[in-house]
Ligand binder design. Structure first.
Ligand SMILES: C[S@@+](CC[C@H](N)C(=O)[O-])C[C@H]1O[C@@H](n2cnc3c(N)ncnc32)[C@H](O)[C@@H]1O
Length: 398
């Protein structure tokens, strides 16, 4: 983003410089003035460490390690990167149409490049989340650009699979751009993003060139020191395309539109672009994943035979559904049990678990999935006047 056509006050410039010094600004390609430009374009194209992120002739000595050694290449590379990044937002607008009614949220927003870009294109609300604090910078950029983007400190928690400190609200479009490559749990991150998006999700991430479902982790040259293993496994994590698509589809986003590479990019940038994928995926089903309480079952049922042996479980009391002559049908855990002899009401309320019940009935209580099956089983007991043979047991528990 080129801010040279905007007025930047000395106070705003001081905020920008301070954010460069604290290493918050540097990654995304902003031109603030002829003598102040940041961006990782040169780093990306030369595949060098993050040491060529800044052009600032009168620089503060604390950032001399990140100054570019080749101003022309630095500027050209960042212009290419801006071309790619602007394409992301143009693509979203092309696909989504009028974005004036839409809210966007980006997890791992960094210095807000995409949020400011969307706000300038008319988005109703733009929310940014990152563990790198951007409060003052967002305020300064909002003042310069006349936007109202919001920054929220948040830390994606790969243990609990959620955003700590500031959970994501439901928005029209949630975005994650070059973030899954840093996460030990990228599948859960995508599911979280999908669960909080009403309309679509936008993703951009490095991919592993594989036709199978796979997640690739590079050999960790660095493990983040702030977190313990395995949360520290942040090393070039890549989805294969089939897995990425599957994650979207399973979360209810089956209309997947791929971002194409801008034709204007020179060959080395086309190669760089081809190592990643960008998708805008539209919600096609109103479902949620297991990450949210509405997302359906999160834990398996405990098999009745194991229930009594698992410490700390709440007492499960079966209740009587129906009595047929000398047979009872009781229900527990959404399942029905046909029992061979009448148990008194006291007996039933005292029974703690199915297995204790089964013990008291000499193992003769039979599980069915539906009440109709339980009734069929009882009819069979009554008709044949004997307990069911193995074949019947198999049929009812299948
Ligand atoms: C490679 S940068 C991408 C930034 C931006 N989305 C873009 O593409 O320009 C990754 C961003 O994700 C943020 N990030 C990484 N892990 C995070 C986490 N666990 N919680 C919050 N933010 C995280 C970093 O602070 C950084 O701003």
């Amino acid at each position: 983003m080129d801010l040279r056509k905007h007025t930047i006050t000395p106070k705003q410039r001081a905020v920008i410089e301070q954010n460069i010094i604290t290493r918050v600004l540097g990654y995304q390609p902003f031109i603030f003035a002829d003598d102040l430009e940041v961006g990782a374009g040169q780093h990306f194209i030369q595949e060098i460490k993050h040491t060529r992120l800044l052009h600032w002739p009168t620089h503060d000595p604390r950032v001399s390690d990140v100054l570019t050694d080749d101003v022309d290449l630095f500027r050209q590379s960042n212009a290419r990167l801006r071309e790619v990044y602007e394409r992301f937002m143009d693509f979203m607008v092309e696909q989504l149409g009028d974005i004036r009614g839409l809210s966007f949220a980006e997890v791992g927003c960094n210095t807000g490049y995409f949020l400011f870009g969307l706000a300038l294109r008319g988005a109703r609300r733009c929310l940014g989340y990152d563990f790198s604090p951007g409060y003052e910078l967002f305020q300064a950029l909002n003042d310069i650009l006349g936007t109202r983007c919001e920054f929220h400190f948040a830390d994606w928690d790969s243990l609990q699979h959620r955003l700590n400190y500031n959970p994501l609200p439901e928005v029209d479009v949630a975005m994650s751009i070059a973030v899954t490559c840093h996460l030990a749990d990228p599948i859960h991150h995508l599911a979280y993003l999908c669960d909080h998006s009403r309309k679509a999700v936008f993703l951009w991430c490095p991919i592993r060139d594989e036709n199978r479902l796979c997640l690739y982790f590079d050999t960790p040259g660095k493990l983040t020191r702030q977190l313990a293993w395995p949360l520290s496994f942040d090393q070039d994590v890549r989805f294969s395309v089939p897995l990425l698509r599957m994650c979207l589809e399973q979360a209810g986003f089956e209309d997947i539109r791929e971002l194409s590479c801008p034709a204007s990019l020179p060959p080395e940038w086309q190669t760089w672009f081809s190592g990643q994928r960008g998708y805008l995926a539209y919600r096609t089903r109103d479902i949620r994943t297991a990450l949210t309480p509405e997302g359906g079952k999160r834990t398996r049922d405990i098999p009745p035979a194991a229930y009594a042996h698992v410490p700390g479980l709440p007492r499960q009391v079966p209740f009587l559904v129906k009595s047929h002559h000398s047979y009872n049908i009781v229900q527990m855990h959404d399942k029905f049990y046909a029992i061979d002899r009448v148990l008194g009401a006291m007996d039933l309320t005292k029974a703690e678990t199915l297995s204790s019940l089964a013990r008291r009935r000499d193992g003769r209580c039979f599980i069915t999935k539906t009440l109709a099956e339980a009734e069929g089983l009882v009819d069979w007991f009554l008709e044949s006047r004997k307990m069911p043979p193995a074949a019947v047991l198999e049929r009812v528990s299948a």
